[in-house]
Design a protein around this ligand. Structure first.
Ligand code: FAD
Length: 406
């Protein structure tokens, strides 16, 4: 039988994971990426046990954990430095079956790309969906050298996905979430520090260590959509966070202005009617962009990719039934995570002094008298398990069955 061919539009976390997962289940994969080279944004990404378990399925979980720093110890602070709550990575690991880990995006992208055959990723390709295909005809993608027919197209082209617009032209798409974000990776400028997230009035700052000793810092603040600093984003961060507790001022002093990434946050509060049409499926932000407040956007993209490949693995039903099963699995879950991320974002967006004081007292009280309650915010998310064991285990089972049959 001829090897089925999947064309993946976009080489972000979702696209690369989908390519690796499909490749492992016997698909020929072509990844078309618009950027001239694979240079992932200079930022960290946290992976909760749910995404790590998905990566275990494609044989990458252990390597990711080895390359990452644990992200569980630390806590939540107020801008003056007072600890509102302390978190404990052991408690999180006990509750969810593993720790939360943080690694540089480039590390994750490099690891995923290394598992693809030479030539599978084509950069500098601004691809578009010409036809989503159906049971009787292939899907078609337009690339620089003409049209490519495919048994499957995966739209992994991110938040402003053109593949999504082609599949669901009537959908309103993502809406501005009301806040903007900054991210930067910087050499550690300060001595030892406790990882923290600090919540102020409509503002948030986080400092987390990377395994190689550098620091990943991120911030968020209410702002009109599209606004940018009149000078540079380092100066903007200094204005907004320069008086916050250590190590924030030390990190700010060490930042190179050009390294600061700024992105307004858009999310899809209206879910799509499906995550596929014809022979074309959507993964990651293209399907369900969400606020970063629970750090789940990339995690959900990884889950999508592994579940998609599971339904499309050889020996499964035809592509149409497999994609319908994919939508059935993923749409309710990702819709719930988008909503929970939006609710979590509303907490740091509070600006009225009485509401902020009440929030902080509440968090401190819960942390003191019912510490498990804070972790419960991740119940139903971080405890997710993939619908399939690792392919190694699957192959073992298949071998055993065929030996028994002989
Ligand atoms: C401040 C912030 C912090 C975050 N922190 C976390 C975190 O800690 N953990 C987490 O899980 N998530 C986090 N997220 C969310 C996460 O970044 C996204 O959910 C994730 O990157 C989505 O991956 P993706 O592959 O779907 O899309 P993207 O990463 O956006 O990749 C899409 C790719 O498609 C390419 N592309 C677009 N159009 C075309 C085209 N026409 N042809 C070819 N290629 C195309 C783009 O160039 C890009 O490479 C955070 C987000 C923000 C803003």
């Amino acid at each position: 039988m001829e090897q089925p061919h999947a064309v993946i539009v976009g080489a972000g976390i979702g696209g690369l994971t989908a390519a690796v997962a499909l490749h492992r289940t016997g698909w020929r994969v072509t990844v078309l990426e618009r950027a001239a080279s694979l240079e992932p944004v200079g930022a960290g990404i946290s992976l909760a046990p749910n995404a790590q378990r998905a990566l275990d399925v494609i044989g990458l979980g252990d390597e990711v954990r080895a390359l990452a720093a644990w992200q569980g110890d630390g806590g939540l602070r107020a801008p003056g430095g007072r600890w509102l709550s302390r978190t404990d990575s052991d408690a999180a690991a006990r509750r969810f079956g593993g720790p939360l880990v943080l690694l540089h995006r480039a590390t994750l992208a490099g690891l995923l790309s290394s598992r693809l055959p030479d030539g599978a990723i084509r950069t500098g390709e601004d691809a578009s969906l010409a036809d989503p295909g159906d049971a009787g005809r292939p899907a078609v993608v337009t690339a620089s050298d003409g049209e490519i027919e495919a048994d499957l197209v995966v739209g992994a082209d991110g938040i402003h996905s053109a593949v999504r617009r082609a599949l669901f032209p009537g959908h309103p798409g993502p809406a501005y979430a009301g806040f903007t974000t900054w991210r930067v990776v910087t050499p550690a400028p300060v001595g030892p520090f406790a990882p923290h997230e600090t919540w102020g009035r409509g503002r948030l700052w986080g400092t987390q260590p990377l395994k190689d000793g550098r620091i990943y810092a991120y911030a968020a603040a209410l702002a009109p959509a599209g606004s940018r600093a009149p000078d540079d984003e380092k100066a903007e961060l200094l204005r907004r966070f320069g008086t916050w507790h250590a190590p924030v001022p030390g990190i700010l002093a060490a930042i190179t202005p050009g390294d600061v990434l700024r992105h307004d946050v858009h999310h899809m509060t209206d879910p799509l009617p499906a995550h596929h049409r014809g022979r074309t499926a959507l993964v990651g932000d293209a399907a369900h962009a969400m606020a970063p407040s629970l750090g789940q956007g990339g995690n959900q993209a990884i889950e999508d990719a592994v579940v998609l490949a599971h339904h499309l693995a050889s020996g499964r039903p035809d592509t149409a039934s497999a994609l319908a099963a994919y939508t059935r699995d993923r749409l309710p879950r990702t819709t719930a995570v988008v909503r929970r991320s939006a609710s979590a974002a509303r907490l740091f967006m509070l600006t009225a002094a009485p509401a902020v004081a009440l929030r902080d007292v509440g968090i401190a009280a819960v942390s003191r008298f019912a510490p498990g309650a804070l972790l419960r915010g991740f119940d139903g998310i971080a405890d997710w398990r993939p619908p399939v064991r690792t392919y190694a285990a699957q192959t073992e089972r298949t071998n055993r069955t065929s030996q028994e049959a002989q």
